[in-house]
Design a binder for this molecule. Structure first.
Ligand code: BGC
Length: 474
């Protein structure tokens, strides 16, 4: 055996034994409960971004909104999310993950009530901005908190509960839109979000503070107690030592974010944040019914129904991701998911190019969107949020994942605002091929730069970056 192999085997042993140790005697029901409550932030993310598509039809009528105003009402939530992501990193590092989530839960409840009572469109826009801000903070703070609480062997599944809740929230919002559309009850559409917001707020009062954040704040004894509570074992010394050791190293270095060894992790997070959006996911989430109309499915109710199917596939395939993510790993899910997304976008473009074949186009479009959303849901959807919660060093974990999140919401805004114009400007097939092209670029990006974090502790991941080896060797 050569030296390189020996080194690799030794590393595998170390990782394996530590992960197994944490696993021994551990009771998972508590961490699963913690994850479900924290993932309410994901449910609100999904619900509050999805609900606007149905509500807009009635807002347009009640407030006599022109196209420009409709665009503002739709996208203000994304503007809020960008600003939330920008402030949330600092907030979670300073006040802690738990307190930050509690604060946004209050904002979610307040924002829901505020928007549901809106007497004018200005009032509505302020309310949607507040909700957007909460979404921006929650979108990465939820996963981050779960990731720090979870044992390594099931961290992928637990963090991905957040993405499952996002897709569930989107699905529920489509269902609510559908059910309430008859009476035009848009106020109720917004108000309902107060319920999960309330559950999140109350839940966070009872959940433990992240042990890793406590170590960072030099509150080691409290950290030990939390670890004993969540791991359900007395001997947590090894895990605590590992966290403290790395924290000490970081304390000694100034400006961790600027250090050379952190750079590849930043590139991975920011890159995936951008690629998750510019491969077109939210054209389908926000404009699904419009795309079905393009494809010649003429009645509004069948468009909404088709969108409900898309929402259901998104949700169901995220469950598949949850089951696979800690078994097959993050990289295979990303790579195969991207293949599915890219092929379905190419075929969708072709279908539009050769339209005029009557009903067939409608069916091909539905089939393509189902394959596309299913492939996103097993790969890029959950894996992006998971990776940014695990690849950064403790000291800057909040800020660094906040930075990636800013890019995610920023590019979401860009794609959402340009989609319809792009279809007019370069054509429908070409628009989908642009997203397909980015799918190919993303595949190579993942293949060469994204590490496999399956089974490693957060501290092992950090040590790996410090060794400055190529990401594919993790
Ligand atoms: C993305 C959102 C998207 C959702 C769809 C998330 O991972 O960040 O932009 O709307 O997935 O399920």
């Amino acid at each position: 055996m050569n030296k390189d192999q020996q080194r690799k085997e030794k590393k595998a042993e170390d990782l394996g034994s530590h992960a197994a140790e944490v696993r021994r005697g551990e009771d998972r029901s508590f961490v699963i409960g913690i994850s479900i409550i924290a993932a309410m932030a994901g449910l609100l993310f999904g619900y509050d971004t999805g609900v606007i598509s149905g509500a807009l039809l009635f807002l347009k009528k009640d407030f006599a909104l022109g196209t420009g105003m409709q665009e503002i009402v739709t996208s203000i939530v994304l503007v809020g999310a960008v600003i939330g992501a920008a402030s949330g990193g600092w907030m979670t590092d300073k006040f802690g993950r738990r307190k930050s989530i509690f604060i946004i839960a209050i904002l979610f409840v307040g924002g829901a009530i505020w928007t549901s009572l809106a007497p004018t469109v200005g009032w509505l826009i302020i309310g949607r901005f507040i909700v957007g801000f909460a979404i921006g903070v929650g979108s990465f703070t939820g996963p981050l908190y779960i990731s720090e609480v979870a044992p390594p062997s099931v961290r992928g599944s637990l963090v991905s509960i957040n993405q499952l809740m996002i897709t569930f929230g989107i699905l529920v919002s489509y269902g609510v839109d559908f059910a309430l559309a008859g009476g035009g009850a848009w106020r109720w559409m917004f108000a309902l979000a107060a319920i999960p917001g309330f559950i999140l707020a109350v839940g966070m009062l009872f959940l433990p503070t992240s042990a890793r954040w406590l170590v960072r704040m030099n509150r080691k004894e409290e950290a030990r107690k939390v670890l004993q509570r969540v791991r359900k074992v007395q001997d947590v010394q090894k895990e605590l030592d590992q966290i403290s050791e790395l924290e000490k190293l970081q304390r000694e270095s100034k400006g961790v974010l600027r250090e050379k060894w952190v750079r590849p992790a930043l590139v991975v997070g920011i890159g995936l944040a951008i690629f998750q959006q510019i491969t077109g996911i939210n054209t389908i989430i926000y404009y699904g019914p419009t795309i079905f109309q393009f494809a010649g499915i003429a009645s509004a109710s069948s468009d909404i129904f088709a969108e409900l199917i898309v929402g259901a596939v998104n949700f169901l395939m995220t469950i598949v991701a949850l089951i696979l993510i800690d078994r097959v790993g993050r990289r295979p899910l990303l790579l195969w998911g991207l293949v599915g997304m890219t092929i379905s976008l190419i075929v969708l473009g072709l279908a539009f190019l050769y339209s005029g074949t009557g009903n067939t186009l409608g069916y091909v479009a539905i089939a393509c969107l189902i394959v596309y959303i299913g492939s996103f849901a097993v790969g890029l959807g959950p894996v992006f949020w998971l990776l940014i919660s695990e690849i950064y060093p403790l000291r800057v974990r909040g800020r660094a994942s906040g930075i990636a999140t800013i890019f995610n919401w920023g590019f979401n805004l860009l794609v959402t605002l340009t989609f319809l114009s792009l279809t007019q400007w370069i054509g429908r097939p070409e628009t989908f091929w642009v997203y397909a092209f980015f799918g190919v670029v993303t595949w190579f990006f993942v293949y060469f730069l994204v590490p496999e974090t399956k089974g490693h502790t957060l501290e092992d991941i950090e040590k790996f970056w410090r060794s400055e080896k190529p990401a594919r060797e993790m």
